[in-house]
Ligand binder design. Sequence first.
Ligand SMILES: [Fe+2]
Length: 297
Amino acid sequence: MNEVFNPRVFQLGYVALGVRDLRRSEAHYCEVMGLTEAARDKSSVYLSVGAEHHNLVLREADDKAFLHLGYQLKPETDIGGFIRDLEDFGLSAERKTDSQPGIPELVEVVAPGGNVFQFYADIGVGPGFRRIGIAPMRLGHVAVITPEAGKLRAFYEEFLGFHYADDIGGVATFMTCNRDHHVVNLVGLPEARVHHIAFELSDNADHPKACDTLAAANLSTLWGPARHYAGHNLAGYHYDPDRVMVELYTQMDVYLPATGTFEPRPWHRQNPLRPQSWRPEQMTNWETSFGFDLVRA
Ligand SMILES: [Fe+2]
């Protein structure tokens, strides 16, 4: 029998980035990516993919920055108990009311490596899906580079209840809190930044359309679309205006907590497929080579 899988959160809700030119970044994410402005305050703009109030927060900053992640707690979460559990785990938490549009209450925590988390149970309804630009279906995961990968992984696994899904060469560790192969990818390197943010497209046919949309905006597709080994997602990558990498993906492996395996797919080379360590050179299941170095990007 598989070990207990009972994470405290069920999805990544939003990513907050410091951007050098708010108007430029807003134009990219609204006009090219097809997100919608849901709200703004004096320094930030809150953008939605569609269903939830916001999935991306852009804040004007002197330099590009990885500000924080928002994770949605299970609806029945006792916030007071959650804060006490955080303190028992050795982390101090701050309870904030009406600190940002769309979220009446959240708990902010500074986790290992200076990673700031915001946890909330409720978020407002979004403005609906767009029909222009790339128009992804949802925010799916984030890849974070941190010199404190071991401690941060312990927070994810031991406190939040994430499950190990795969790793690449022991450097990149994929973990999940739902049925997606990964909701976070922790990369252990001596720097602290976001490696990429990933949006799920609604259909494989959206990949070439997205590449055409990027090309029309004079943006290169840097890597892919191609199928990864870890997660088997069909993934293509481009840079946003601050050279933060954005992944567009479909067909990510589906995790089955009951068996600790992934739902079988025709393109898997193992059956059953279980979490494992892939070699660093195993980047694309098609063994395609790309000039762009996705690992160092
Ligand atoms: Fe990714």
